[in-house]
Ligand binder design. Structure first.
Ligand code: SAH
Length: 273
């Protein structure tokens, strides 16, 4: 079987696009850990490199600033084309508001046909998953994920998505809710939700889930802005069924409509609402 090797003398380069999860090593997948260990060179945003630093001693490390995404992806692709094995790391899932898409755009720009270098995308536990689990079980029913960052997406598109998700009763995960420069977006998003949902709708506000400095707040649409919200926060807005009990935020899936939760028996059809 051909491995698509395009030259006997130089080894085929490998680009590993690695999502390392929310931060704690125990939430890193086995494959992500192995990929970071097998790569000769690790490239990532400075803060993320710091999170995986214990795994990468003795390797070549290239750290860049937050706004240097294109340089980072291009550098990783260049090194892989030179025959090296490179891990481009992102927090959470690399394919969810991460670096994977940009890496493919750079590859497309270089004319990659799928065989010049090997590319592997390695998934990780994304923020909405990590945040949902520390809050309880708020994503048990249909949900939407919306990033409030309008740096790359025009704000009117984000507003359309917010309106559609709010109106159709999706639970909504809000990534990138606020930064020191972007403060209005979360206020406007809240106003859109309030046009369709009760002020008591539960809202989970999670900062730095599963890493140092974790903070978990359960609030509601009325009070949510009284709590600190920043770059490391994800917000989960409940739907009309989401409840809070014993400090947990839970969206029922609908079992109670079909079964007696106490006995597990199927309810008679006539008792269904
Ligand atoms: N690829 C990442 C998302 C990067 S976008 C993932 O899959 O999780 C950056 C946004 O992700 C932050 O503004 C914040 O909204 C969210 N985020 C990332 N890590 C987080 C964490 N540990 N806790 C809470 N939110 C987090």
């Amino acid at each position: 079987m051909s491995d698509g090797h395009n030259g006997a003398s130089s080894p085929k380069g490998k680009l590993l696009l690695v999502g390392f999860g929310p931060g704690a090593e125990e939430h890193l997948t086995f494959r992500a850990k192995k990929a970071i260990q097998e790569a000769e060179c690790i490239i990532g945003y400075r803060t993320y490199i710091d999170l995986v630093r214990p795994l990468i001693t003795g390797k070549e490390i290239i750290q860049t600033g937050m706004t240097e995404e294109i340089e980072r992806a291009s550098h990783a692709v260049d090194l892989a084309y030179q025959g090296r094995s490179v891990a481009l790391v992102s927090s959470g899932d690399v394919g969810i508001y991460g670096m994977a898409g940009l890496a493919f755009e750079v590859l497309s720009d270089r004319g990659w046909t799928g065989s010049e270098i090997t590319v592997e995308v390695i998934p990780g536990v994304t923020a909405l998953s990590a945040c949902a689990s520390v809050l309880g079980a708020p994503l048990m029913h249909d949900f939407a994920s919306i990033s409030l960052s309008d740096l790359l997406t025009p704000w009117d598109i984000i507003v359309r998505r917010l309106r559609a998700a709010a109106e159709t009763d999706f639970v909504v995960a809000l990534y990138n809710p606020k930064s020191s420069k972007r403060v209005r977006q979360i206020e406007e998003a809240r106003e859109i939700f309030l046009q369709h949902r009760s002020p008591e709708t539960p809202v989970g506000i999670v900062k730095s889930a599963m890493r140092e400095g974790e903070s978990i707040v359960i609030s509601n649409l009325l009070d949510m802005l009284k709590h600190p919200i920043g770059m490391l926060t994800t917000i989960l807005v409940g739907n009309s069924q989401t409840r809070i009990f014993a400090g947990k935020m839970v969206t029922p899936r609908g079992y109670h409509r079909k079964y007696d939760i106490h006995t597990g028996e199927k309810l008679q059809r006539k008792t269904l609402p």
